[in-house]
Design a protein. Structure first.
Length: 83
């Protein structure tokens, strides 16, 4: 199955690792380090022109999505157990 992340970006649900609210980047030092490391490795992708509301971590890419983490989690619950 697939999950729409915003814009024209769709991922396989089997690739999904985690969905976070974008505010975690400011409140968690570990999260900030993780995103910085992903940027250094050039595996961060921003979806669309709108302000990012969530961070979606997949097995190979970290996405900044304009869709809220709550909405993305609802979409993913249909396909991924344990979220």
């Amino acid at each position: 199955m697939y999950i729409h992340l915003g814009g024209e970006k769709i991922i396989r649900s089997s690739e999904l690792v985690a969905i976070f609210d974008v505010s975690i980047e400011k409140s968690s030092r570990i999260s900030k380090q993780f995103v910085n490391a992903a940027r250094e490795n050039k595996v961060v992708e921003t979806i669309g022109e709108e302000e990012a509301k969530s961070i979606v971590v997949t097995k190979s890419v970290v996405y900044y999505s304009p869709i809220s983490s709550a909405t993305l989690k609802k979409r993913s619950k249909s396909f991924v157990s344990g979220l």
